[in-house]
Write a protein that binds this ligand. Structure first.
Ligand code: NAD
Ligand code: UD1
Length: 334
């Protein structure tokens, strides 16, 4: 089976490409390297011993996208490509709407022209908005609080509409919780660029001595230790979730949403302490004001992904912390 992976050189895409290749799928990557580099493709090839056909193409380039579909007999698309920084999306909303929506429309229209009927989409727990109690269940009402979140919600809607127009399409909307960790080889992972916004890239920069301490955003939430609680999932488990979805796509009628998380919430302090223990390092921190827009606590109900996809996470929090540092440590040693 030939799988087109858009954004395949990125953090989650690269781990998913490894998993696909190790499970006998052929992989074609479309990426413009806006937030990644060809080195990730070389690393994927090194880990798997297989070669990957790669197109340096912007998904906004209609002709470029058409060329990828025309030159390959694509059976399914896994669509990671897009912009993902929440704060930046508030500053540059049109950049986010233009890239994420129009890019996805270009891919969907190419699928229509080439009779590709299977699609796996990178959605996010952000579509549950601010008002749902945890655990989040797929059928809950959805909303968004920033342009990035709206693009995810709008793309989910576009895909539902596409499935009404094409009753023979099979679409999985995978709602990721908080992916962290890296491949055990240390060759692929999440590269912290500039000053990171997300927790684990920030911690690894502190561990590397590039930042002097972590600011913990809020110590007075109604959570066991007062700091924010999230459902962190190892990126290698997340990658497996895509294979499970792909394997079951035939049985999915229309578009169906699945939470990909562990179902367990950890606080910021839990993560700091687990990171220190797993890597025998000290992470200096300071508790500061809450970050505007943050929720106190959320985590996934994982029942549907388990019952319908057979998806169950394997990696512990310790694995997530050790592998995250293993990847970043190598970056700074080069
Ligand atoms: P990433 O930035 O590492 O990967 C995205 C990839 O898309 C990059 O390789 C980038 O170069 C590519 N890309 C960006 N714009 C493009 C364009 N116009 N044309 C072609 N390629 C383009 O991000 P990631 O963390 O791997 O996330 C992958 C997907 O999962 C994204 O859609 C993101 O919104 C979604 N997601 C991520 C998280 C997370 O915490 N990482 C959580 C929920 C959902
Ligand atoms: C953020 C996005 C979410 C996106 C997800 C991808 C926001 C509001 N939400 O989620 O839409 O899908 O990334 O992973 O940006 N924290 C600190 N100090 C830091 C960084 C984070 O204390 O320097 C805390 C946060 O307050 C939060 C937890 O760590 O409690 C996780 O934060 P982060 O990694 O940024 O992810 P989310 O905010 O959950």
């Amino acid at each position: 089976m030939n799988i087109l992976v858009t954004g395949g050189a990125g953090f989650i895409g690269s781990h998913t490409c490894v998993e696909l290749l190790q499970n006998g799928y052929e992989v074609i990557i479309l990426d413009n390297y806006y937030n990644s580099s060809p080195d990730a493709v070389k690393a994927i090839e090194k880990i798997t011993g297989k070669s990957v056909k790669t197109y340096e193409t912007d998904m906004l380039d209609k002709d470029g996208v058409e060329q990828v579909f025309a030159e390959n007999n694509i059976d399914a698309v896994i669509h990671f490509a897009g912009l993902k920084a929440v704060g930046e999306s508030v500053q540059k909303p049109m950049f986010y709407y233009h890239t994420n929506l129009e890019g996805t429309i270009n891919i969907i229209e190419a699928m229509e022209r080439h009779q590709v009927k299977k699609f796996v989409f990178s959605s996010s727990a952000t579509v549950y908005g601010m008002n749902n109690p945890s655990p989040y269940v797929e059928g809950m009402p959805l909303s968004a609080t920033n342009p990035y979140g709206w693009t995810k919600l709008m793309i989910e809607q576009m895909l539902c509409d596409a499935c009404v127009a094409h009753p023979d399409w099979h679409v999985a909307l995978l709602r990721y919780f908080n992916p962290i960790g890296a491949h055990a080889s240390g060759l692929i992972g999440e590269k912290p660029n500039g000053i990171p916004n997300n927790l684990m890239p920030y911690i690894t920069m502190v561990a590397a001595g590039k930042l002097d301490h972590l600011n913990i955003f809020g110590g007075d939430y109604d959570t066991p230790d007062g700091t924010g609680v999230r459902d962190y999932i190892h990126v290698c488990d997340l990658a497996v979730g895509h294979i499970k979805a792909l394997d079951k796509l035939d049985q999915i009628q229309g578009a169906r949403a699945f939470n990909l998380g562990t179902g367990v919430g950890y606080s910021v302090l839990d993560i700091v302490h687990a990171f220190e223990k797993a890597n025998n390092l000290k992470i200096p921190y300071e508790i500061t004001d809450r970050r505007p827009g943050d929720l106190p606590s959320y985590f996934a109900d994982t029942t549907r992904a388990y019952q319908e996809l057979g998806f169950k996470t394997q990696h512990s929090l310790e694995d997530m912390c050790r592998s995250s540092w293993n990847f970043v440590k190598h970056l700074y040693q080069q």
